[in-house]
Write a protein that binds this ligand. Structure first.
Ligand SMILES: Cc1cc2nc3c(=O)[nH]c(=O)nc-3n(C[C@H](O)[C@H](O)[C@H](O)COP(=O)(O)OP(=O)(O)OC[C@H]3O[C@@H](n4cnc5c(N)ncnc54)[C@H](O)[C@@H]3O)c2cc1C
Length: 432
């Protein structure tokens, strides 16, 4: 079976890896757009404190985090271990004891159905600061053991290398999808034609340009995120936890003193690929407010990415009913580094006719008007609010799930273990 994938962000790269591993004939085409989200994403993997009240979304989100150890195992088998993935824990911080009480209750409720979340511990201000020394001294914490981080650039590169090793071809060109008589025939890129039995459009915030000419229009908007990387000279940050303060910002430590402070959520930004004075100021002010010890850090760079925001919180994962042989993986918004690897796996299983790890019906690209209207309302709300309406632990709805068990039963048999990011950018919906 010949499959062409357009877009080598986390979704497309994961689909390419899983499909080529399953023996499919895969070509992946990517235009290396400025602002591709995967290259800018913070890498927080901690869905369990999400404030989304969409049950199907939360199930997918939690399953996405739970899939990481499994994916890391598959990549290790393929010789790829440099993902920037680490189960470093996530630390929700606040000076408000009531907010911490509330978050702790939520975390404990969700923990019952989320083995990947690991232990949940309430920490005093000194204990909190001991885990992340630049923090203010008055902040208490809730530590979520299963919180993790990943480096989107390294992960996508590892997935592509592994896909190549399984025989996939990688083409660096701008792609156009071709269809005749209501069926895809392939992709044109750089003057060449790549015939295909199925085409996966995983083109992030740019997907509309590909879908509209096929009469398969879906609304996907770019939401700009500016995110600041700094270095704390001499600090051994590799094992520090992710910091989730009240609000939509966060801190993500990586190795070698690197601390990433995120991020703006600029709905309506268009594809304006710039670092702005206001964006930089916002991110730094929020970071220093909770972690004044970062004031001495060296500014390394500011990355800019466009989150693909669909009309609602639920992504599209599946066949597009208007065109035979066309599937999409899109609309992952602020949760794409968490969900993306699993989304690619689900798409791969769909295309090869394998049984699915999760029920994809809630994410069907052909789903009905009700869901679209609900989604449009969520988008309007996001646009009105500007920033993330989801995040924080503090304002959450509670629905509980067994997603991780679902993923675990089918797939984890060879590798038990846990995994991943949290909250944050993560928080969905509107968000992100
Ligand atoms: C600042 C920021 C912080 C974030 N932090 C987190 C986080 O902490 N946790 C989390 O879970 N998520 C996070 N996200 C969200 C996450 O990064 C995205 O949801 C995810 O990366 C989207 O992946 P994608 O593959 O759909 O899109 P992308 O990564 O944007 O990839 C789309 C690809 O398609 C290619 N393309 C587009 N059109 C064409 C064409 N015509 N021909 C060929 N190629 C084409 C582009 O070049 C691009 O490489 C963050 C996002 C941002 C911007």
């Amino acid at each position: 079976m010949r499959i062409v994938i357009v877009g080598a962000g986390v979704v497309g790269a994961s689909a390419a890896f899983h499909l080529s591993r399953a023996g499919a004939d895969v070509t992946i085409v990517d235009a290396q757009r400025d602002g591709r989200a995967t290259a800018a994403g913070a890498g927080v993997l901690c869905p369990w404190l999400s404030s989304s009240d969409d049950e199907a979304f939360y199930r997918l989100y939690a399953a996405g985090a739970a899939y990481y150890p499994n994916l890391a195992g598959l990549l290790a088998e393929a010789g790829e271990t440099d993902l920037g993935y680490r189960r470093c824990g996530a630390l929700l911080v606040s000076a408000d004891a009531e907010e911490l009480d509330w978050s702790e209750r939520l975390a404990l409720r969700r923990q019952t159905h989320a083995p990947a979340m690991g232990a949940v511990r309430r920490l005093s201000p000194p204990e909190t600061r001991a885990l992340f020394p630049p923090l203010r001294g008055d902040l208490g914490g809730i530590f979520i053991e299963g919180g993790a981080r990943v480096d989107g650039r390294r992960l996508a590169a590892a997935l592509l290398r592994a896909a190549r090793r399984h025989g996939a071809a990688v083409v660096q060109e701008h792609a156009t999808v071709r269809a005749t008589g209501g069926r895809v025939t392939g992709v044109e890129a750089g003057g060449a034609r790549y015939a295909a039995d199925a085409v996966l459009v995983c083109a992030g915030a740019w997907a509309m340009n590909l879908l509209r000419p096929l009469q398969a229009h879906r609304v996907v908007q770019p939401q700009r995120g500016q995110i600041v990387h700094m270095r704390l000279e001499g600090a051994d940050t590799g094992a520090w936890p992710i910091i989730l303060p009240p609000g939509a910002h966060y801190l993500v430590p990586f190795e070698d003193g690197r601390v990433v402070a995120g991020a703006t959520r600029e709905t309506g930004s268009g594809f304006d690929y710039r670092v702005t004075a206001g964006g930089q100021a916002e991110v730094l002010a929020e970071a220093l407010k909770i972690a004044p010890g970062l004031g001495a850090a060296t500014l390394v760079e500011t990355r800019v990415g466009f989150r693909p925001i669909g009309p609602g919180v639920r992504p599209w994962l599946g066949w597009v009913p208007e065109v035979d042989g066309l599937a999409i993986g899109n609309g992952l918004g602020a949760a794409g580094l968490t969900i993306g690897p699993l989304a690619g796996r689900l798409l791969a299983d769909l295309v090869t006719g394998q049984g699915s790890l999760l029920d994809l019906a809630p994410f069907d690209p052909g789903r009905g008007q009700g869901a679209q209207a609900e989604g449009a309302a969520a988008l309007r709300q996001a646009q009105a609010g500007g920033q993330d309406s989801t995040t924080r632990a503090g304002r959450v709805c509670c629905f509980l799930h067994h997603t991780e068990q679902l993923v675990g039963i089918r797939d984890h048999q060879t590798r038990p273990g846990d995994h991943s990011e949290g909250h944050t950018e993560s928080s969905p919906p509107a968000s992100g």
